[in-house]
Design a protein around this ligand. Structure first.
Ligand SMILES: [Zn+2]
Ligand SMILES: [Zn+2]
Length: 337
């Protein structure tokens, strides 16, 4: 096997180069994964544009990419599974395993968490990565390389739907028709939601949402917006007008789950009080990869249909800019090869 690999490195906003770096060897308990597909996330684009997301700031070169699939190419000391040759979806986080949060099973909230493509931790726009063996989740043959990469954003939606306790009969409002909104919509459907309404100001996105199973779509900017009350809101925008509309749509005792990267927003606490709303934050996910893989493998959630372009490592910038250049783009995928 080659000892060198190609990696796309972001040096500063809008300056990315492809470089040669050593292939990382798997440490004890880790596996090395030969990367097959990396789907692009809005957070990757945000780092490319601004070099930061809120309090997460680049202070040196950063490899982007965290939605990753591949094949186990080597295993470290003490690893029994997965074996070399196993196709996997990579859960891109590493926790300490010793703190209170880890002990409670909330490993995603570990204060010492490291996560791909979050400064200073490098991501997977690379030919090889290493992860703890337990974070390399085997996928069935039915899942394509692209779909296996998109288990990561699907995990976000599965975690959010779980927080909202969506089940048969639940009336759901999804705020925002980007990739995560479309995944939340599909997961709500798969869990038996009675009715799923999605709102997005962009007409094309509303059309796509209907294709992915929304019962109705709403243009939040329209003059006559009138939403039937819902039991659950999955807020995937982090934008004030969208949040306002989402809160307005709640039935009494509804749960509002914040999924979109939120800035400082205003909430109508009088409405929260009068309706006894439950507002829940979500940060990434924990323990949901197996469920996400099963949902995708069963066909209940369609991931391949969300992929709208493919790029090699040299085209990583094109992948990052795809959503901006093509109004029909949903998900771009980089194949480091
Ligand atoms: Zn992501
Ligand atoms: Zn910990």
């Amino acid at each position: 096997m080659s000892t060198e690999q190609r990696v796309a490195v972001l040096h500063e906003p809008e300056r990315m180069t492809v470089e040669t770096r050593p292939v990382p060897a798997p440490g004890p308990g880790d596996v090395q994964v030969a990367v097959r597909a990396v789907s692009v996330c809005g957070s990757d684009v945000h780092y490319y544009d601004h070099g930061r997301i809120g309090g997460f700031v680049m202070h040196g070169p950063l490899v982007l990419g965290h939605e990753t699939s591949g094949v186990v190419s080597a295993v470290g000391e003490g690893v029994e599974a997965p074996a070399a040759g196993t196709r996997v979806a990579v859960e891109p986080q590493r926790n300490c395993g010793r703190c209170d949060q880890c002990a409670q099973g909330r490993y995603h909230l570990c204060p010492w968490i490291s996560f791909f493509a979050t400064p200073p931790v490098d991501g997977s726009f690379a030919q090889y990565v290493t992860v703890p063996a337990g974070r390399a989740h085997p996928v069935p043959d039915a899942l394509s390389e692209d779909a296996a990469a998109m288990i990561e954003p699907l995990a976000v939606a599965v975690h959010a739907a779980g927080k909202a306790d969506i089940g048969p009969g639940t009336r759901v409002f999804v705020s925002g028709g980007g990739p995560v909104g479309l995944l939340c919509l599909q997961v709500a459907r798969a869990r038996g939601a009675a009715r799923v309404v999605l709102s997005d100001p962009v007409a094309r996105r509303r059309e796509v949402a209907l294709r992915f199973g929304a019962d109705a779509v709403i243009d939040p900017g329209a003059a006559d917006v009138d939403v039937e009350p819902v039991d659950v809101v999955l807020e995937c925008t982090g934008v004030q007008p969208a949040v306002d509309l989402a809160i307005a749509a709640t039935a009494p005792a509804a749960t509002v789950v914040l999924v979109g990267t939120g800035a400082t927003l205003t909430l109508p606490l009088d409405v929260v009080q009068a309706r006894e709303l439950v507002i829940k934050g979500t940060f990434r996910y924990a323990h949901v990869y197996p469920a996400a893989i099963a949902l995708a493998a069963s066909g209940a959630v369609r991931l391949d249909e969300m992929v709208t372009s493919h790029h090699d490592l040299d085209g990583a910038v094109d992948a990052l800019l795809a959503a901006r250049r093509d109004p029909d783009a949903i998900k771009a995928v980089v194949r480091p090869g």
